[in-house]
Design a protein around this ligand. Sequence first.
Ligand code: ADP
Length: 497
Amino acid sequence: MIAKIRDRLFSALPLRSLRARIFVLILAVGILPSVLMRYGIVENYEERAVEQRSTSVQNQLKILANQLTSNNYLGNYRSEEQTYRNSREVIDAELELLSNLYEGRVMIINSNFKVVQDTYGISEGKTIISEEVIRCFQGENISHYDQEHGYIEMTVPIMDNRPSGQEGEAAAIRGVMLTSISTDSVASTMEMMSRKALILEALMILVIFALAILLSIVLTKPLDRVTEAINEVQAGYSDESISVSDYAETEHIVDAFNQMIQRMRVLDESRQEFVANVSHELKTPMASMKVLADSLMAQENVPAELYREFMEDIVSEIDRENQIITDLLALVKMDKKVQDLNVVSLNINDLTELILKRLRPIARRKDVEVVFESIRPVIAEVDEVKMTLIMTNLVENAIKYNKDHGWVKVVLDADHQFFTFQVSDSGIGIPEDALAHIYERFYRVDKSHSREIGGTGLGLAITKSAVLMHRGSITVTSTEGEGTSFLVKIPLIYIAQ
Ligand code: ADP
């Protein structure tokens, strides 16, 4: 019940389909890199643009800082009043230009933390004691990007590299340029890039989507073809073996299917043939019985002896009929694997003698000599009916497939564990390629010949099943045109499993 629900659930899931899986896979493999690429490009651009902008501003500021020092902008030493004023104006103009160019604000702070110049003109004269400024006075250059508010803040020291009178004295930091520049242009470029990348990405997704649909259909098409071909065979439109050689996998499936069909056909054919044979076999005794009965009825005042004679013939035909039916039942029983062996302790020598006695008349008809060689007396635990079946089938075959004036030799032997029953003949032999098939049901080497002599192809199948039921083995050696030898080996004591 639970398994049924689970199966239903799974079959309802679209991912059970190979087509859907291929589709999802291609989509994932195609889309993921394009999304990652977009993020990568945009992020990378931002980083690089900010870095470039801050470096170039910092460089310009450094140049300016040098200029400031050389022009005594902070008034650290006395100079000509006029020159000082002139150069200050030039520098202020440059600062203005810089702040305009980079959409930023530049403040110049002297060593007293006083703002001496502010390009915005609002903080001049004010005191700024911020962490950045203090750290810059300590010799640390700071550049900090505030992504949220869209600006870069940086500090550049103004060094006093003029000779201070004392040699070897390190250049002192006289002031700090505190600058903040807008990154709006970076942001807008990024936005534009991102928009373009998004469009490109959408296009790519569309193409990948189409590709995924196409590929999932194309790649699974051969499987549809396999199903179609199998359905055709199943519906009976085609008798031929199917072929879908697009993939090695489909070829394997199709090969396996063809083999199965082939087997089924062979089985079906042999079944049909078997039914035909059985009917024929069953009809023959009936026909002779009818002939016998008819001839009796056609005559008037039939003498009692003739009645008796005809009746005896009819009885023997009934016996034959009975035998065939018994064979069929034996086969069906083996088929169903009803392993109800009726094991009894039996004298195998006596049994063999009895069987050979029954078969000798048939051998005599072909002038085949039947010899029995008993090496030692054998008592074994066997099922009498099945053992009779084994021996009869083998000896009967040895007579049936013999040449005229040939011989059949039966040798019975035993060791402490097994007894062996060997039937050799001087018959027509079995071709080597047929040896592997002789135990198959309905298999006959030469169908027409076998039918002629009343074979149904069941004898050895029954024999082998019966031997295996006794936990024994059967082997065959044969040379075409010279003869055949079957060796049956059966345990003396039957051990039930
Ligand atoms: P059948 O009823 O046709 O004899 P079996 O199952 O007994 O069927 O044997 C299968 C086939 O094996 C036979 O058709 C025959 O061709 C071959 N065969 C069996 N025994 C012999 C033998 N002793 N010599 C030659 N061929 C044999």
